[in-house]
Design a protein. Structure first.
Length: 189
C-alpha cells in the first residue's frame, strides 16, 4: 500500500465549507460573527486583547497539493503543488486560533518569497501591510472534534465544535487561501 504524503497537520480531509451568502451572518452566534466578519488582521485583534504575548507555533509548513476544494477555490490546476502553512496562535499555551494558508507559487514569487519564509511571524503582519490587499470571497464551516487529526488532539485537545472562515485574498492579482478556526478562548474576548 502506497501512503501519500500528508496534506495537513490539522485534517485528514478538507472540512465542508459553506459559501458566505446573504443571511449567513444572522445564523451565527454574536461572538462568532465578530470574528468571522473581522475585516482587519486577526493577529492585531488578538494582540489588542491579550497584548504582545500572542505567539505563533508552526505546525506544518511544506510544499504539498492542496485539498481539491482549495484548488478549485483558487482556480489552480489539479495536483499543482502550493506552499501550505498551518499554525496555532496562542497566549501562554492557551489555543486561540488555528490557521491554514495555501500559497500558490505565483503568489510566493510576487511577494519575493517572504510569504513562504515567515517562520513564527504571523501571516497577517505581512499581508495586511500590502496596500492593495483584496478580500475576494469568504466561506464558513463548523468542524466536529472527530474531524481533526489525532496529532492535533495530542497537541491541543478539542472537545467541541469549532467554527471557521476561509478567505481568498489577492495581492496584485495573486491569490492565497487563508482558513482560520476560532478556538473557544478566542471567542470569549
Amino acid at each position: 500500500m502506497c501512503l501519500l504524503p500528508a496534506r495537513s497537520f490539522l485534517f485528514n480531509q478538507s472540512p465542508r465549507w459553506t459559501v458566505n451568502r446573504l443571511g449567513t451572518r444572522r445564523r451565527l452566534a454574536k461572538n462568532l460573527q465578530s470574528w468571522v466578519y473581522e475585516t482587519g488582521s486577526l493577529t492585531q485583534r488578538l494582540r489588542a486583547e491579550y497584548g504582545a504575548g500572542v505567539a505563533v507555533q508552526v505546525l506544518f509548513a511544506q510544499w504539498r497539493t492542496p485539498f481539491i476544494n482549495e484548488t478549485q477555490r483558487l482556480h489552480l490546476p489539479a495536483q499543482r503543488y502550493s506552499f501550505i502553512r498551518e499554525v496555532l496562535l496562542h497566549i501562554d499555551d492557551k489555543p486561540l486560533i488555528l490557521a491554514r494558508t495555501v500559497l500558490p507559487q505565483a503568489t510566493i514569487d510576487m511577494a519575493k518569497h517572504t510569504l513562504s519564509n515567515l517562520g513564527t511571524r504571523p501571516l497577517g503582519e505581512v499581508i495586511f501591510s500590502y496596500p492593495n490587499l483584496a478580500r475576494l470571497e469568504t466561506d464558513i464551516c463548523c468542524i466536529s472534534p472527530h474531524q481533526w487529526t489525532p496529532q492535533l488532539h495530542q497537541k491541543t485537545p478539542i472537545a467541541e465544535q469549532i467554527s471557521g472562515r476561509r478567505t481568498v485574498y489577492a495581492i496584485e492579482q495573486q491569490t492565497m487561501l487563508v482558513s482560520e478556526f476560532f478556538m473557544p478562548d478566542a471567542l470569549r474576548c
